[in-house]
Design a protein around this ligand. Structure first.
Ligand SMILES: *[C@@H]1O[C@H](CO)[C@@H](O)[C@H](O)[C@H]1NC(C)=O
Length: 572
């Protein structure tokens, strides 16, 4: 036992040693210790967000936590010695976990230039100059893993932000993810998420960065102006074209249809509206105050059967001779000079470049504005070795990720079960309502017993429902077969929430029916006049499914479940 512990200690020690001493590690922050000693929180106004030293949810591993919503956050860690980005390979790697998701906010790192470039840790803000910005950013339509370099144009001395084109989308879950950017000496850039390469780019390619690092050789002359007589009109009306002699612009578009005939039975003398014969002058109508009472108008009932009432008017139709206004046809403009473009002049900012010339990284900063809390940063690494970055990834991020994957799998399974439970709840709600139906009479206790039993043992629910159906259907059959008078007004069980009773009418033909087979037909005549009772439907559907799963079949036809809805409501 003792020996085993000792071995473990040695292993852990070796592992820790491996990270710190692993070849190539230039900087590594695991946040195992509180960050307060070594990281500096910006004191800039606006940056009120509180950083916490917190465990990643479900793990014993600490990270740097964005603790509140809707705040600006800024924190910085100065490196012991600035990291050169232009010699050899540089690997930038860190973990972020969006524990509460990310609707709008950043979760990226800024690799800051030396402070001589004009910033201090306590005044760190969004203006502090960086060489590289890398990591997730999401808000509204924006959803990308940024990779931006700030590169100086040697001609102008100005720093330009160059954004990696078509960046990767941010993983949209709440799990730990590790982001890696590998800057290779051959100008290649590789972006990995969770160790898998998501994007490859070349710093010198004009397609991979916007704007490209090397500016264009020529630019449109800003002083060049379009000459006033420059003709950009491609087509013009033919000046030689003449309106044909027989083109009459005044011919109307529509003419009377002389072939139309008044339909037989047209009631010329009937008005389209008549006084409502059923309307009565209200008793409190005062002719002096309210004016003379007039009956409201209704559509003339005699016109309903006739093709039309009142004066018949000849309809109009399209005029075949209609030509409309004459326009000259278009021809190519003989004076067309093409679309004007300013002339190109040499670009004064142009420079030659073999490889990017980035300022060294003197500090790592997190400067974000986020609407979400719960963003957790961890295992920030700068390394000169791809392989050692990978082994650190595997040792720190992977175990957490595997645990989270497993947890998600279990939760999804549980959610599926929850879904089932949800259905069960609905089923039982309905069953209890049914048990309350007065038709059941003496059977009620039996039904209640069955339902309670089913609730205790959900696995036997189908069997229970079948038994229930049998118990419930038999009195129903009795009732239906004994209907003698018509039409039957039936009361449906009151809804749980109130005393309102809904009424169901059974049509005339239902009365004559006898025997089980014809029962199905009778359902055609049962009409549900109150949509509020439609929540009984699930039970009937389920009970029928239960029946059809039995080879012996249903006592009545089950194929027609929409009609079956109603049978439950026929109650005395
Ligand atoms: C962050 O730390 C503060 C101060 O210790 C504490 O009051 C707060 O509850 C913490 N918030 C979270 C989300 O851990």
């Amino acid at each position: 036992m003792c020996c085993l512990q000792f071995c473990c200690l040695i292993l852990i020690g070796l592992f820790a040693l491996e990270i710190y001493a692993s070849s190539g590690t230039v900087f590594y922050e695991s946040f195992d210790e509180s960050f307060e000693e070594s990281w500096i929180v910006s004191e800039k106004e606006d940056y009120l967000g509180v950083w916490n030293h917190s465990k990643s949810e479900g793990h014993e591993d600490f990270g740097l936590l964005v603790s509140e919503k809707a705040r600006k956050y800024a924190i910085v860690k100065e490196l012991d010695t600035p990291v050169e980005l232009n010699d050899g390979m540089v690997v930038l790697q860190f973990e972020t976990r969006l524990q509460n998701g990310l609707e709008c906010g950043g979760a990226y790192l800024k690799y800051l230039r030396p402070q001589e470039s004009g910033w201090t840790p306590k005044a760190f803000d969004n203006k502090s100059p960086y060489s590289i910005m890398f990591g997730p950013d999401k808000c509204g339509a924006t959803n990308k893993v940024h990779f931006i370099i700030n590169h100086m144009n040697p001609k102008t001395g100005k720093y330009i932000e160059h954004h990696l084109n078509s960046p990767i989308v941010v993983p949209s879950d709440k799990m730990s993810h590790v982001y890696t950017a590998i800057l290779k000496p051959d100008n290649e850039l590789s972006i990995l998420i969770d160790g898998a390469e998501k994007k490859k780019a070349n710093f010198m390619s004009s397609e991979d960065f916007s704007p490209s690092l090397i500016p264009p050789k020529t630019i449109p002359d800003p002083d060049d102006k379009k000459p006033e007589d420059w003709d950009e009109v491609q087509t013009i009306p033919d000046p030689d074209a003449k309106k044909p002699e027989d083109w009459d612009e005044d011919v109307p578009m529509e003419i009377l249809d002389e072939e139309a005939e008044k339909p037989d039975g047209w009631l010329d003398d009937e008005p389209e509206e008549v006084d409502d014969p059923d309307a009565m002058k209200p008793e409190d109508w005062d002719d002096e105050e309210d004016g003379e009472w007039e009956a409201p108008k209704i559509d003339n009932p005699r016109c309903e059967t006739a093709p039309g009432c009142g004066e018949w008017k000849r309809p109009t139709k399209k005029n075949p001779d209609y030509k409309g206004k004459w326009y000259a046809p278009l021809i190519d403009n003989p004076n067309y000079m093409g679309i004007w473009q300013p002339r190109e002049i040499p670009n004064a900012d142009y420079f030659e470049l073999d490889k990017p010339n980035l300022e060294p990284v003197a500090a790592i900063g997190i400067e974000i504005w986020t609407m979400q809390d719960g963003i957790l940063f961890d295992n920030i690494l700068i390394s000169s070795d791809e392989k050692s970055a990978e082994s650190i990834r595997d040792a720190t991020w992977k175990p957490k990720f595997l645990v989270e994957m497993e947890k998600q799998r279990v939760e999804e399974q549980a959610a599926n079960l929850d879904g089932l439970k949800g259905i069960q709840k609905v089923v039982f709600d309905v069953l209890y309502k049914i048990a309350d139906l007065p038709i059941l009479g003496d059977h009620k206790m039996k039904v209640m017993e069955l339902i309670e039993e089913a609730e205790k043992k959900p696995t036997i629910i189908v069997g229970i429902i079948i038994s229930l159906a049998v118990v419930i259907v038999s009195p129903l059959l009795k009732i239906l077969l004994s209907i003698k008078k018509k039409p039957v007004k039936a009361n449906v069980a009151p809804k749980k929430d109130g005393g309102k009773t809904s009424t169901t009418e059974v049509g005339e033909d239902a009365v004559k029916l006898t025997g089980q087979k014809k029962l199905t037909d009778s359902l055609h005549y049962v009409r549900n006049h109150d949509s509020s009772v439609s929540h009984y439907t699930p039970w009937i559907t389920i009970s029928c499914q239960a029946y059809s799963s039995l080879s012996s079949g249903c006592p009545f036809s089950c194929h027609n479940s929409p009609l079956l809805d109603d049978i439950v409501f026929i109650v005395h």
